[in-house]
Design a protein around this ligand. Structure first.
Ligand SMILES: NC(=O)c1ccc[n+]([C@@H]2O[C@H](COP(=O)([O-])OP(=O)(O)OC[C@H]3O[C@@H](n4cnc5c(N)ncnc54)[C@H](OP(=O)(O)O)[C@@H]3O)[C@@H](O)[C@H]2O)c1
Length: 323
């Protein structure tokens, strides 16, 4: 089978399209014929071996993951003898980042627990854009953020995967008062995803404005936590899904003290892959959630589009189609 292979840490141009052996599922796995996959921050970090914790997880000097790719959508081709949830030909999708990656390939073996049935009305391309970013968004807004009807929400770093799905989840729970912060070139796709207001971070620092929010969901975490607290309503909540390591550490260490002294909450999402896919399937089937897709592009073009993703030029999710 064809796959995009990573042999050393470096840059996106070190990735190579190669012929590799088609995998065989063990007793708890299914073999998925991949129809679509997508590019994530995981892949960008993995290919470069940075930040440093990536090397602690994936090999100090050399990556022990050979095929990146964290999200897949495809059809079950074969099942292991203990698999009960799926049958050959079932259409499935999921985040496979906790099962060794491998989505940038024509086939991948995955534990059945990492997959959900794909609704018929959801295309493979749409399905590949959903699981990772949607779980970060729903776990950020609902599990950590405890979002309530009528609350005001701001999403920082809103033009990517988490933001463009997060705004749709926020609409469903809280209403339409959602503000997104990103670069102005993304405003069209952000408005089509549902943002009522947009702020260009190159022109305006939202933490210096008078507007206050009940919930801030942050995909960038590029400021001191104290700046975010300024624009939170009393008892408001700041939730980070990721960003700069020193800023994340600050949020982690000071969060409990901040809550004690100010009543404001500081929360960090610890992603539970695929946990809420049933909820997302229901939103999708009800016509309340649609991913913004950048692409789809082809498997052989992944190095180019990974570089594009790393430069932050994408809108929504960069999807690769193998169909
Ligand atoms: N918590 C966990 O367990 C976990 C697990 C995996 C991943 N993650 C994290 O989840 C996040 C993924 O979010 P995502 O998929 O939505 O990322 P994304 O697609 O890269 O979107 C981020 C957006 O932020 C914009 N941006 C860049 N600089 C900005 C700034 N200074 N202010 C505001 N916006 C800015 C980018 O656009 P421009 O660059 O064009 O401006 C981009 O549109 C990452 O931080 C990742 O590390 C967390």
């Amino acid at each position: 089978m064809k796959a995009i292979v990573l042999t050393q840490y470096g840059s996106a141009s070190d990735l190579e399209l190669k012929d590799v052996a088609k995998p065989t599922p063990n007793e708890h796995e299914v073999l998925v014929k991949v129809h679509a996959t997508s590019i994530n921050d995981w892949d960008w970090c993995l290919v470069r071996g940075t930040p440093f914790y990536i090397r602690l997880l994936c090999g100090l000097l050399k990556p022990n993951i050979q095929i990146p790719g964290a999200e897949i959508a495809g059809e079950v081709e074969a099942i292991g003898q203990n698999v009960t949830k799926f049958q050959p030909d079932d259409a499935v999708y999921g985040d496979i980042s906790e099962c060794g990656f491998g989505g940038f390939a024509e086939y991948v073996c995955v534990p059945e627990t990492a997959l959900a049935a794909k609704p018929e009305s959801m295309s493979f391309v749409e399905a590949a854009a959903i699981p990772h970013a949607a779980m970060l968004a729903v776990q950020g807004l609902v599990d950590e953020g405890q979002l309530q009807p009528g609350q005001t929400v701001l999403i920082n770093g809103a033009g990517g995967g988490v933001g463009t799905l997060g705004v749709q989840i926020a609409h469903e729970i809280a209403g339409e008062n959602v503000t997104g912060v990103d670069y102005a070139s993304k405003f069209d796709s952000m408005h089509s995803a549902g943002f009522a207001k947009t702020i260009d971070y190159t022109q305006t620092d939202f933490t210096q404005r008078p507007q206050r929010y009940d919930l801030i969901l942050d995909t960038k975490t590029n400021r001191s936590i104290f700046k975010y607290l300024r624009v939170l309503n009393s008892r408001g909540t700041y939730v980070t899904v990721g960003g700069l390591t020193p800023r994340l550490l600050q949020a982690f260490l000071l969060g409990p003290i901040i809550r004690l002294l100010s009543g404001k909450n500081v929360r960090i999402v610890n992603l539970k892959p695929n946990k809420d896919l049933a909820y997302i399937n229901n939103l999708f089937k009800a016509g309340k959630l649609k991913p913004i897709v950048d692409g789809p592009y082809s498997l052989s073009e992944i190095p180019k589009w990974l570089q594009y993703f790393g430069k932050g030029k994408h809108k929504g999710k960069v999807v690769i189609s193998l169909g």
